[in-house]
Design a protein around this ligand. Structure first.
Ligand code: PEP
Ligand code: MN
Length: 328
């Protein structure tokens, strides 16, 4: 339920509606907009009778929210969310580019790549310190040491850091040291982690699960917003289908659909979708064309030696070329 107030409604009238919602046992969430305030009814397990609100002073109308998600929905927030991290802006019409290696391997590796992607125009740096790997025998990341390397990368380059929290236990450390907390595809429905990230004071980048519908993805984002953190960035990274010509099937159609359904910014990660270096650039250009708010791209200066995702990592010069082509 969304109680839409008249444009000249007073703070007292808004508070009175909020109190009626609290008296019903639910939670009011006033959402100020450019022209009027709307009050979203949260934590109601079933439908709410609009007659509780119609006729109250200052109320224009009470409308049922047709979707199961509320806080992430465009029905409740008409204006697109813009997230600022350091100098970087995500949402609001600019194409934000997050670039860096799949995993942090050493200080020298991370700094070498960071200097190059910054020179090419990336506005945030990525690199996994805690890696969710399919095999327990694969490189699992440098852990806290990797986070400290990322802190040094930020100190030297000024680029904000995006890195993954693979569970709620490491989320404290990631929140402390990183600028954006990434939740990976494998964890999109890890509700303990989603709730923990929802209590973080840093933006969260939520990747789409590899078999998640758009509704499941938006409901996962709703968990984060419902805990109080409204700074969520969505990221499409390909879903699993019968097609085996790429690592995943990039669902470019999800971008305009999610942008219609939600006010949250949506990025595309063409690297994990393609899985193969030569297909990253065409997918990135497609993403920019369908209105993505940004890109997340894996880059490595020695991909043949990379400890994870080398085959899909662009060489710095390929990344530079892509950035120039996308700008054009
Ligand atoms: C990553 O970004 O390195 C990663 C593991 O991605 P995903 O969760 O999309 O597989
Ligand atoms: Mn990777």
């Amino acid at each position: 339920m969304l109680v839409v107030m008249q444009s000249d409604a007073t703070p007292e009238q808004i508070e009175r509606v909020s109190q009626v919602i609290r008296d019903l046992g639910f939670t009011p969430e006033p959402i100020p907009g450019k022209t009027r305030t709307a009050i979203c009814v949260l934590n109601n397990p079933g439908a709410v009778d609009p007659n509780h609100f119609v006729g109250l002073p200052g109320v224009k109308e009470a409308i049922r929210v047709s979707k199961p998600y509320k806080l992430v929905s465009r029905e409740t927030h008409r204006d697109g969310t813009v997230i600022r991290v350091g100098q970087a802006v995500i949402g609001g019409g600019e194409l934000a580019v997050i670039a860096g290696p799949c995993a942090v391997e050493s200080e020298q590796q991370a700094l070498t790549i960071a200097r190059k992607v910054k020179a090419s125009g990336a506005s945030l740096f990525r690199g996994g310190a805690f890696k969710p790997r399919t095999s327990p025998y694969s490189f699992q990341g440098l852990g806290e040491k990797g986070l400290d390397i990322l802190v040094r990368v930020r100190e030297e380059t000024g680029l904000p850091i995006v890195t993954e929290a693979i569970d709620h236990e490491v989320c404290d450390l990631v929140e402390e040291k990183a600028d954006v907390i990434q939740i990976g595809a494998r964890n999109m429905q890890n509700y303990t982690l989603l709730r923990r990230a929802g209590r973080a004071a840093k933006p969260v980048l939520l990747k789409r699960g590899m078999s998640a519908t758009i509704e499941e993805w938006l409901m996962a984002a709703e968990y984060i917003l419902n805990e109080g953190n409204r700074q969520v960035i969505l990221c499409e990274r390909g879903v699993r289908t019968f097609a085996v010509h790429m690592r995943n099937t990039l669902d470019l159609g999800s971008i305009p659909v999610v942008k219609k359904l939600s006010h949250l910014p949506v990025l595309v990660d063409p690297s994990h979708a393609a899985g193969i270096r030569e297909f990253v650039a065409p997918l990135a250009k497609g993403a920019a064309s369908v209105g993505a708010d940004g890109l997340m791209i894996e880059v490595h200066h020695e991909p043949e030696k990379a400890l994870s995702d080398g085959p899909q990592s662009l060489l710095p010069e390929e990344f530079d070329r892509l950035m120039k082509e996308i700008k054009r």
